[in-house]
Design a protein around this ligand. Structure first.
Ligand SMILES: Cc1cc2nc3c(=O)[nH]c(=O)nc-3n(C[C@H](O)[C@H](O)[C@H](O)COP(=O)(O)OP(=O)(O)OC[C@H]3O[C@@H](n4cnc5c(N)ncnc54)[C@H](O)[C@@H]3O)c2cc1C
Length: 463
């Protein structure tokens, strides 16, 4: 066990290298504090473009630059790899684990920005056959499953099996679901056209289903309606009031509003419905008496701290402050927490409540087509909205190099028909299932198995 502890300057620990964590670290640039940013991945992930990694448009590096590289010029930040397992609110310590190494880090101020994971609404067993889209692992697995389904369909003799392989079901008609459905359609109609000899990829059936009564419920009714119409014009089968009640290797069972159950035969299922905040939220809530909602989000005070604990901030997807789980909330929350810490250290009043400035939301439907909404008054659709989407996403991507190559890949995919990132491997598709099954056999969790595999693969701490 190693202990990193220094009392010379106030120690700020940030958990998470997503939007909230990164902006918190940047907000402490030049501040008289030492910052330790702990995250279980070595990258900062730009989640809004994950669907483009899953569908072969972008590489993983373009949406996930190394956190260490982003922050290398900020001398007061140390970046540590580690899965935070315990936060001890009384002892002011965070315990994190990486293969073979446990680290205990002391904090004076803690910024919790560990985000959220996929929620299967109590049916975690669905994950094996309907992976979500929250991480690079997820996106690469989905890419392998989507491209792999066409490859296997080309080999099949049985028409029913071909149909099953060429049916893609996206569960959840929020922005991610709409974007995934739109991109699978583009892939099958443009990119893969002419690549196969026995199947016609354009015959792929794409179903977008949701238990709600409309697509994109976070947007105005007008934009929801227009999006549904556009999806249907593209040939995507939008099924609403449809609740998933079962998922297996070959299909999905659905219950409609009138109670009838039906089955959709489909090998590829993509889960884009529901999120559950990091369990670290519940852990600190139990120690501080803060409330946690059904999605695991911690109810904070107006200044994003916890009751009786002005040294603990909770930002982004983990915070249950009634704000949407979007990147801007996390970014602004991270910056706010950093500024409050500096205000306090420098003797300025630090009681200004957090105020979220809504810059609007957008989603793409297909190439050259998107929707955007800023407040209730400004609503854009079609090409103009798509241009706005393109511009904003390019600006927010981290790093000039990434912006340049992303732009190049967009030209290849949207102006041309190609996709630069079509490489897939068997390991990408099956590694998660293999790790989980191994864990089940041995009664251990996926991360525990992962750590042991890292050890078996060569990394061993000297005795
Ligand atoms: C597919 C997808 C598409 C999206 N599209 C949009 C969009 O178009 N527009 C928009 O505004 N928002 C979008 N969002 C939502 C947006 O990405 C999130 O709201 C935002 O990322 C939340 O930021 P965060 O910092 O709270 O958490 P995250 O960005 O999720 O970061 C969490 C960090 O914590 C780390 N972490 C988690 N647990 C631990 C642990 N135990 N120990 C150590 N580290 C840990 C993770 O590795 C990660 O670095 C999308 C989300 C997804 C998944």
């Amino acid at each position: 066990m190693t202990t990193s502890q220094s009392q010379r300057r106030p120690q700020v620990v940030i958990i998470g290298s997503g939007f909230g964590g990164l902006l918190a670290a940047r907000g402490l640039k030049g501040a008289p504090v030492d910052v330790t940013l702990i995250a279980r991945t070595t990258h900062h992930l730009f989640q809004p473009l994950l669907y483009q990694v899953a569908t072969g448009i972008l590489s993983s590096g373009e949406v996930a630059p190394a956190t260490r590289e982003i922050l290398k010029r900020q001398r007061n930040v140390t970046v540590l790899l580690g899965d935070v397992q315990t936060i001890d609110v009384d002892a002011h310590t965070v315990t994190s684990v990486a293969p073979e190494v446990t680290t205990v880090t002391h904090y004076d101020d803690l910024i919790l920005a560990a985000g959220s994971g996929q929620s299967y609404f109590g049916h975690d067993e669905f994950a094996e056959f309907a992976p979500g889209l929250k991480s690079i692992d997820d996106a690469l697995e989905q890419r392998g499953r989507i491209f792999g389904a066409f490859e296997l369909a080309e080999l099949e003799q049985d028409p029913a099996a071909v149909q099953r392989l060429m049916t893609f079901v996206v569960v959840g008609a929020g922005p991610t679901g709409v974007e995934m459905a739109g991109q699978i359609r583009e892939l099958s109609h443009r990119t893969l056209k002419g690549d196969f000899r026995r199947i016609d990829p354009r015959a792929a059936k794409i179903i977008l289903l949701d238990a709600a009564d409309r697509v994109l419920p976070g947007f105005s009714e007008r934009l929801s309606r227009k999006t549904k119409e556009k999806l249907e014009r593209l040939g995507i089968d939008v099924q609403l009031h449809a609740t998933v009640v079962g998922v297996d290797a070959n299909g999905i069972d659905v219950k409609d509003a009138d109670g009838t159950r039906r089955r959709i035969e489909a090998v590829t299922k993509i889960w884009a419905a529901g999120v559950q905040a990091s369990p670290l939220g519940k852990q600190v809530a139990e120690q501080t008496g803060a409330e946690v909602d059904r999605a695991g989000r911690v109810k904070t005070l107006p200044d994003l701290t916890l009751p009786g604990h002005p040294e603990i901030f909770v930002v982004g997807d983990m915070a249950g402050d009634g704000l949407p789980g979007v990147a801007q909330v996390a970014m602004q929350g991270g910056t706010y927490a950093a500024h409050r810490i500096v205000d306090r250290i420098e003797g300025r009043p630090a009681d200004k409540p957090f105020h979220y400035f809504d810059k609007g939301s957008m989603a793409t439907i297909s190439r050259f087509s998107a929707i955007a909404q800023i407040g209730n008054r400004i609503q854009l659709t079609g090409f103009i909205a798509w241009l706005a989407w393109l511009f904003i996403h390019l600006i927010y991507l981290v790093g000039f190099k990434n912006r340049l190559t992303t732009l190049l890949h967009w030209i290849i995919s949207f102006v041309g028909r190609g996709r630069a990132e079509r490489a897939v491997t068997i390991q990408q598709v099956y590694a998660r299932t293999a790790m989980r099954r191994l864990g089940e056999v041995e009664g251990r969790s996926g991360p525990e198995v992962g750590h042991e595999l890292a050890s078996d693969a060569g990394y061993r701490r000297p005795a």
